[in-house]
Design a protein around this ligand. Structure first.
Ligand code: GLC
Length: 662
């Protein structure tokens, strides 16, 4: 909505060039024209009968012919049904059938039962699918879930490091493998669609979702986007069409780049708030990952709750239709965020029919309406019937949805495959996650002036102390979007290894006694002074998601600072491991500690931390975010004229490093 203001910084030149290069690439490879329908995973071959000449059911037919044949058969109710995505708790067979529901989702933490096994997920999804397939035209429904760091909602799934840590690996091949492993674990539960990757370029760590962002640098986010999408969806074959939605087969999933666009650039990092930027700044900082996503054939794009220069993204026709669909030639479908239309107004859901009008006319194709689907269907039907919304807009939305469903083979393989159950949390995936943990750790300090480096820690020691709230807490090390939306504390939420248990395993064959005290007091430290060879102090943030993570002061939450002061200030050489979704205000403590490690949100495989602490592997992680001195400096990002960080973007020590001066 509204043509952007002219002008902008030098990054404008970069941005425009970037966009031009992208468009040239897109045009040169003739992308956007959908590939002829290659029968995914079957089809073709023998003369299969298709009832009543229903072309759309024949996988040997060209893609567009299937789309147009089916579209021509659909009623308005069936079309609007395809545009509706409801929450699983409302998706009874009667509702799915009666409203021709095209998609169902699990919101964060929405599970068939606590600790439900893969088989229970498959049965739940298949039951809904049987209802969808029983409708007049038998259009399969698409089940989606937030698998944003592995299949985090699901009990005993492998939970990988959140994106804030993966960005520090600078290893696209590793991230691609993580995508492939995640796809297998999602398919193990019968689900073919994920609301991932988040390709936000987080420009202010006060944002509660900064841990979902790979980096503050759009180039790092682009690099990871270009890897995770083919990991999740499969690689587009050499003769494939760039720019068209692509899912290789039944061991891959449809992906969703989110949240379009500028979600990571809001004022003071306030979630869902306003991103004030010129068009060129938007193109230079927040748009590049979407160039990569479209080139990699991403199937869907999710619109951001946030606004750009005070225009809600959910109502932004210029960016959603003119730019993403027409200029970038994105051919998949655009989905709203959770109750995204409701949240266009304040109070929410005020004058809802107008929000439906604005959102659909802006170019949203599928609407995430977890609960209010009847009102949405009634309002959209009325808007089409009275001519406010042209049928052509509805048909464009449905074409895009059908294009994704046909391309991913959902018509040929609508049901979950129970034989994949063993993929969930399998050892190979946990080993991959452990490697990702190792590669994500960033060594910020190692040794005090005039002293030899503390790391790598000797496995053979008399007695060591492990302390801190995050040492023995699987939920804390996983962070948000794990088992529940906000994440949990404790060790019973799923299967994994805590950082403490990783330390114990590392030293167990070396006769070293490990003493664990979550929050030792000064008396304990004094009484034991000289009796510990060293201490590992693991502290950080409790789990959070979305606006619950917005934080303007970014201090290490208590009792972290107290434990650091008591242990590290009590005469014991100490390595502090920080478990957090972003840089925190650590300057007051850096001088007191012997070593400082950023572990981010490592996930279930805590042994990846001890692997590096004890030197079995080196530190290779490099900061993908600037580490500020104080929050008063924020926002502060690499390339800024005013740039005085505690640790700069790209910083990361190796094990051979001499003691720092800090
Ligand atoms: C949430 C998030 C989005 C997520 C969706 C479904 O509000 O903004 O990232 O995919 O709802 O859970």
């Amino acid at each position: 909505m509204g043509v952007p203001a002219a002008g902008g910084s030098c990054s404008a030149v970069v941005a425009t060039t970037t966009a031009a290069v992208f468009l040239l690439l897109l045009l040169l490879c003739g992308c956007g024209a959908p590939a002829a329908m290659a029968a995914p995973g079957g089809g073709g071959g023998g003369e299969q009968q298709y009832d009543g000449g229903a072309r759309y059911k024949d996988p040997r037919q060209p893609l567009n012919r299937r789309i147009e044949d089916l579209l021509a058969r659909m009623t308005l109710a069936e079309k609007i049904g395809q545009m509706s995505q409801i929450e699983r708790e409302n998706a009874t067979a009667d509702v799915v059938r009666g409203y021709f529901v095209g998609s169902v989702l699990s919101g964060g933490g929405s599970v068939p039962a606590p600790q439900a096994p893969a088989e229970a997920w498959v049965e739940m999804v298949n039951e809904m699918q049987r209802a969808a397939m029983s409708t007049r035209l038998g259009i399969p429904m698409l089940y989606g879930i937030d698998a944003v760091h592995g299949h985090g909602n699901v009990y005993k799934a492998t939970v990988f490091p959140h994106n804030v840590g993966l960005g520090c690996t600078r290893d696209p091949e590793l991230v691609k493998k993580i995508g492939a492993a995640t796809a297998l674990e999602v398919r193990a539960t019968g689900i073919p669609y994920v609301f991932a990757p988040c390709v936000a370029v987080c420009r202010d760590p006060r944002w509660g979702r900064c841990y979902e962002s790979y980096s503050e640098d759009p180039r790092v986010v682009q690099q990871m986007t270009s890897s995770i999408i083919p990991g999740l969806q499969g690689e587009i074959p050499a003769n494939g069409r760039r720019g068209a939605p692509f899912v290789a087969g039944q061991r891959n999933v449809a992906a969703c780049s989110k949240h379009y666009v500028g979600d990571g650039g809001t004022t003071r990092g306030i979630n869902e708030n306003n991103t004030a930027a010129s068009f060129h700044e938007l193109l230079g900082v927040h748009m590049p990952p979407y160039y990569s996503a479209v080139i990699q054939g991403v199937s869907t794009v999710m619109v951001s709750f946030s606004s750009w220069n005070r225009v809600k993204m959910h109502a932004n026709h210029f960016l959603v239709t003119d730019f993403l669909k027409n200029r970038l030639r994105f051919r998949g479908f655009v989905i709203s965020d959770w109750r995204g239309l409701d949240k266009m107004t304040s109070p929410e859901h005020d004058d809802y029919i107008t929000s439906v009008k604005l959102g659909i006319l802006a170019g949203i194709d599928m609407v995430m309406i977890p609960y209010t689907y009847t009102e949405f269907v009634d309002d959209l039907t009325a808007l089409v019937r009275n001519g406010t919304i042209p049928t052509s807009r509805i048909d464009d939305a449905v074409r895009r949805i059908l294009r994704v469903k046909f391309t991913m083979g959902l018509f040929e393989d609508p049901y979950g495959d129970p034989s994949l159950a063993g993929e969930l949390g399998k050892p190979e995936h946990r080993e991959l996650a452990r490697e990702a943990v190792r590669r994500s750790l960033v060594l910020l300090k190692n040794g005090k002036p005039g002293q030899k480096p503390l790391l790598p820690l000797p496995k053979k020691a008399g007695r060591i102390l492990v302390a801190g709230s995050h040492a023995d807490n699987l939920g804390y090390q996983c962070g948000g979007w794990t088992i529940t939306w906000q994440g949990l504390g404790g060790n019973n939420l799923t299967a994994g290894t805590t950082i403490l248990n990783g330390i114990k395993r590392a030293v167990q064959d070396h006769g070293t006694e490990v003493v664990y005290s979550e929050s030792p007091d000064a008396g304990f430290v004094q009484r034991n002074k000289g009796r510990f060879d060293y201490a590992v102090v693991v502290v950080g943030e409790p789990p959070y998601a979305e606006s619950f993570g917005d934080n303007l002061n970014l201090t290490i939450p208590e009792p972290g600072p107290s434990v650091i002061r008591v242990v590290c200030g009590g005469g014991i050489r100490c390595a502090v491991v920080l478990v957090s979704g972003r840089p925190l205000a650590v300057e007051p403590y850096v001088g007191a500690v012997d070593a400082l490690v950023a572990a981010w949100l490592p996930g279930t495989e805590g042994e990846g931390v001890s692997d590096v602490l004890f030197g079995d592997y080196g530190f290779t992680g490099k900061l993908a975010r600037t580490w500020f001195r104080s929050v008063e400096q924020l926002p502060m990002n690499v390339g800024d004229a005013r740039y005085d960080p505690l640790f700069p973007f790209g910083f990361g020590l190796g094990l051979e490093t001499q003691p720092s001066t800090a």
